[in-house]
Design a binder for this molecule. Structure first.
Ligand SMILES: Nc1ccccc1-c1cnco1
Length: 248
């Protein structure tokens, strides 16, 4: 997979050089290019934004630098191909594990993080005439810009790419991963020592009885989901019902 990021804060994307994404890049599983939007400005102040038409607070990002940046990014990519444009915005569709899976199946993503007030709408409209565009929110809160949303999305997507996670099993029990644990939060986890500050590990986990362990883990996941995400319980119940229907 190729990933391009166009930003006025290239240094904000430094974390993509380390850990899981950094290792995937080093192994050639991921090809990441970060571009400074100001490289497509030509005035002495390298201006990228201006006051909003119609008045109102803050600044809007000007269309010209973005248009030229996207032209250049597409020109640098595989001949005859276009990326999927991923636009982080509080007004986008929710970023979910399902959307991460969908985007992990694409060969080329271009992220355009911008400041809160956003990018001139004509940039998105013009881009949509030549590539798929998805506007995505990582949650209902206000950030100063979209760069941190890009870090979230790139990590969630990269770990789904074949071979990036060492143990393929790790996907199966993820919270929100498709399958038996879909719509359930992960339950508690334990490791050595068996006793720590007077606290022991639940006996079932030491029993070696894999059926009992799997049942206990599902019960714990359900209890945690009920406590922290009652909104998911309905979905899970329907999913479980639906699964029984399909198997009937
Ligand atoms: N608040 C923001 C400001 C700028 C760009 C994205 C966001 C965002 C994305 N998901 C939630 O917020």
């Amino acid at each position: 997979m190729r990933i391009d990021v166009v930003t006025i804060f290239p240094e904000y994307l430094e974390p993509l050089n380390i850990s899981l994404v950094g290792k995937a890049r080093a192994r050639g599983q991921l090809d990441v290019h970060v571009h400074d939007l100001r490289d497509w400005t030509y005035d002495v102040h390298r201006t990228v934004d201006d006051s909003p038409y119609g008045g109102g607070p803050g600044m809007v990002m000007k269309p010209e630098p973005w248009g030229e940046a996207l032209d250049a990014v597409i020109g640098k990519g595989p001949a005859g191909e276009v990326p999927t444009l991923v636009v982080p915005t509080p007004s986008g569709r929710p970023f979910t594990q399902e959307l991460a899976q969908e985007l992990a199946g694409r060969p080329w993503l271009t992220f355009t993080p911008a400041r809160y007030e956003g990018i001139d709408r004509r940039v998105i409209e013009e881009a949509a005439t030549r590539m798929p565009v998805v506007e995505v929110s990582i949650g209902d809160y206000v950030l100063a810009g979209g760069e941190v949303a890009v870090l979230v999305m790139v990590e969630a997507i990269a770990r789904l790419l074949p071979g990036v996670l060492g143990n393929a099993e790790s996907h199966r029990d993820d919270s929100f991963a498709p399958g038996a644990m879909a719509d359930l939060l992960e339950g508690p986890v334990y490791t050595k020592p068996a006793e720590w500050r007077g606290r022991t590990v639940p006996d079932v986990l030491l029993s070696g009885n894999h059926g009992r362990i799997a049942r206990w883990r599902r019960e714990q996941a359900f209890a945690r989901t009920l406590a922290n995400r009652p909104d998911l319980v309905a979905r899970w119940q329907y999913g479980a019902f639906d699964k029984k229907e399909r198997e009937a």
